[in-house]
Write a protein that binds this ligand. Structure first.
Ligand code: CP
Ligand code: NVA
Length: 327
């Protein structure tokens, strides 16, 4: 498998075999890291990390992975560069790809990262756009594989805002890997029809399936994996909270939902999560709307079924695999 020079912009651009290869590489790199075996054959190379939205996991994963691989990493924060203000994406791509061996980009519309890749001579990796979060998907798939030993046939229920980066991406990831995706959300939070149709077509080839339902109990019945994400994503206006809470409160992952899922079901969340009031936004929203938890209850988040921190760790190993494979 040779992925040298390839961009990683969305899972739709990758075959199931290529995704499987990246997961195997990530597992191997994880094993070597745990055993203290260095993998630093990218010494002398450098990568640029552009973040137009904030991050903990994705930024740290790219920085630690680059360091482990022997590379340098330069972080460009949401306000500290010329990008988008004084310099176009096309010009930025040509400048950065003359200095760096790979470019990570986190920002708004998917078309921006696609434009960056079009003008870049080096691989571009999507660290999250409004539409897709592909590096998160590799971590999620690795976490599920570690738990169940395989991906094919796994039933994954996604609760909540299914029309944004995480919901869209999980639907595509499931389709690609022969899994059964059940999106549980009010109709207005379903992925756009064109993407559902694309996912269904892929699932026909891989033995997976794609279902969308407004019935949370039906959608999570016997699920192996129950996933969710925040109800209001980065870049969305604060005014939307009232509507989101009203629309999505019945799609909270709580103990009734986990009991409805398979006995061996695990809970996953890309994080950060609003499972208590111990964050600034969580406390403000909680006070304003008289709630203590949002997309997931603290009980489920802290339960033995929760794999959220394993999932977070896997961000680093899988991002390392993407860098190693494509640079
Ligand atoms: N899951 C995820 O992308 O987290 P960050 O926003 O912290 O990078
Ligand atoms: N949907 C979330 C994902 C965060 C990793 C957001 O875009 O804010």
């Amino acid at each position: 498998m040779n992925l040298k020079g390839r961009d990683f912009l969305k899972l739709l651009d990758y075959t199931p075999e290529e995704i499987e290869y990246l997961l195997e590489l990530a597992a191997d790199l994880k094993d070597k890291k745990k055993k203290g075996i260095p993998v630093d054959h990218h010494r002398g190379k450098n990568i640029a990390l552009i973040f137009e939205k904030t991050s903990t996991r994705t930024r740290c994963s790219f920085e630690v992975a680059a360091h482990d691989l022997g590379m340098g990493a330069t972080y460009l924060d949401p306000s500290g560069s010329q990008i988008g203000k004084k310099e176009s994406i096309a010009d930025t791509a040509r400048v950065l790809s003359s200095m760096f061996d790979g470019i990570e980009y986190r920002g708004y519309g998917q078309e921006i990262v696609e434009e960056l890749a079009k003008y870049s001579k080096v691989p571009v990796w999507n660290g999250l756009t409004n539409e897709f979060h592909p590096t998160q998907m590799l971590a999620d798939m690795l976490t599920i594989k570690e738990e169940f030993g395989h991906l094919k046939g796994i039933k994954l229920a996604y609760m909540g805002d299914a029309r944004y980066n995480t919901g869209n991406s999980l639907m595509i990831a499931c389709a690609k890997m022969g899994m059964h995706f059940n999106g549980c959300a009010p109709k207005k939070y379903w992925p756009v029809q064109e993407l559902i149709d694309t996912a269904k077509k892929i699932a026909e080839q891989t033995g997976g399936s794609i279902t969308l339902t407004e019935d949370a109990m039906e959608g999570t019945k016997d699920a192996d994996v129950v996933c969710t994400d925040v109800w209001v994503s980065m870049g969305e206006p604060d005014e939307i909270w009232a509507e989101r809470i009203a629309d999505l409160k019945d799609y909270q992952v709580n103990s009734a939902i986990m009991k409805n899922a398979s006995d061996k079901a695990i809970f996953m969340h890309c994080l950060p999560a609003f499972h208590d009031l111990k964050t600034k936004i969580g406390a403000e929203v909680g006070k304003k709307f008289g709630i203590t938890e949002m997309e997931v209850t603290d009980e489920v988040f802290e339960s033995s079924q929760s794999r959220v921190f394993e999932e977070a760790e896997n961000r680093m190993h899988t991002i390392k695999a993407i860098i190693d494979a494509t640079v």
